[in-house]
Design a protein around this ligand. Structure first.
Ligand SMILES: [Fe+2]
Ligand SMILES: [Fe+2]
Length: 368
């Protein structure tokens, strides 16, 4: 009689179905708040609730209808395609990095769930609450499914505890749009790139969860479409000084992904993926998609881009290498690494962006 989160029709049911079998270490990892770890967000919910979707009504209704039809209901649970995972036989470095990847992914999925669920709870605008209810439902399923995978390794994140205790970062609505739009679209690009790669090289599929990535990323694609539409209700969001904010978020989201992925060499080696090539491919897809709504794209072909990322990543690796080190020498080196990282990030921001003529309709299909 126990329902699985995959079969839940609402976010409340999906969360209730996730019985808590957490482990302290996983929850502790999910609790971390650094520049590179997934955060929880809160915002001005009244401002979000005041959005009027009538300028984009036709596209809006079509998207909501697609999401309400719920083609992925029941998808996010183990079935006969779920091969046995030999966690004990897994090479220790890979095991560590893969668990880190799963915990971080679960936290990111759940971060979306918490934000969307709160918007649904606080709002009175039926268009907005309807959308956020559907997105929260999807993210609860995604987070629940990753926790299912973690549990086999004897690990799980306590989602209830995180909701209560993890720090919430306040973002103005426009920053939520830029950051969340990008994280949904880059999530799509990441998942589909891995999925297509493993389709061609199944010998590298070291865990069954990757088989679920295609339907998964279609959910993320739709969430991104929703934020593209929200941004199109107000032209000010993508013009004037906000173009600079868009550039900032593009740079921050891309750079964070680059640094995080380079921290997991064993994971990428097991997948048969070079993190640099993978990163470039994901940047390309995300840039192409983001042309549906952003008036600029980053010049990822500039030699300064590759060089800047490389240096930023090295500064970050130096910083990570100092973790736990004490004394004035370590403090000084830590300060130096932070200053270098900040300077390289600023350097990336000063690369001239490419202008983009935004199309009249933002509607896209997941085409990769
Ligand atoms: Fe998700
Ligand atoms: Fe999503």
């Amino acid at each position: 009689m126990n329902m699985h989160s995959a079969d839940a029709a609402t976010v409340e049911e999906a969360l209730a179905a996730q019985a808590v079998h957490d482990t302290a270490s996983a929850t502790e990892a999910a609790m971390q708040n650094t520049l590179l770890t997934p955060r929880f967000y809160t915002t001005d919910f009244d401002a979000l609730d005041a959005i009027d979707v009538s300028p984009i009504r036709d596209e809006w209704d079509a998207l909501i209808a697609r999401m309400t039809a719920d083609p992925n209901k029941g998808h996010f649970k183990k079935n006969e395609d779920w091969d046995h995972v030999d966690w004990d036989g897994m090479e220790p470095e890979l095991r560590k990095e893969f668990i880190d990847f799963l915990i971080s992914s679960c936290t990111a999925e759940f971060s979306g769930c918490v934000l969307y669920k709160e918007m649904k709870r606080r709002g009175r605008n039926r268009d907005i609450t309807g959308l956020f209810q559907l997105m929260a439902r999807d993210e609860a399923r995604h987070a629940g499914f990753i926790n299912d995978a973690l549990r086999e390794a004897g690990v799980a994140v306590n989602l209830g505890f995180l909701t209560q205790k993890k720090k919430y970062t306040f973002f103005r609505p426009k920053f939520i749009y830029y950051a969340t739009y990008l994280s949904e679209k880059i999530g799509y690009a990441r998942y589909i790139t891995i999925y297509r790669h493993l389709e061609a090289h199944p010998e590298h599929r070291f865990h069954p969860i990757f088989k679920w990535f295609r339907e998964w990323c279609n959910d993320e694609f739709n969430h991104g479409e929703a934020f593209a539409l929200l941004m199109r209700t107000d032209p000010k969001l993508t013009s004037g000084v906000n173009v600079l904010w868009i550039k900032f978020f593009l740079t921050a989201v891309f750079a964070t992904m680059w640094i995080r992925d380079h921290q997991r060499p064993a994971f990428h080696a097991a997948l048969g993926v070079d993190p640099a090539e993978y990163g470039e491919e994901v940047f390309r897809k995300t840039s192409e998609i983001s042309r549906q709504v952003f008036p600029i794209t980053l010049d990822i072909d500039s030699p300064r881009w590759a060089r800047g990322l490389e240096r930023l990543q090295r500064a970050n690796a130096d910083l990570a290498g100092l973790a736990g080190a004490t004394g004035p020498g370590a403090a000084l080196r830590r300060f130096g690494a932070r200053a270098r990282a900040a300077a390289h990030f600023l350097g990336l921001m000063t690369i001239p962006a490419r202008r983009n003529a935004v199309p009249r309709s933002s509607r896209l299909e997941p085409a990769y």
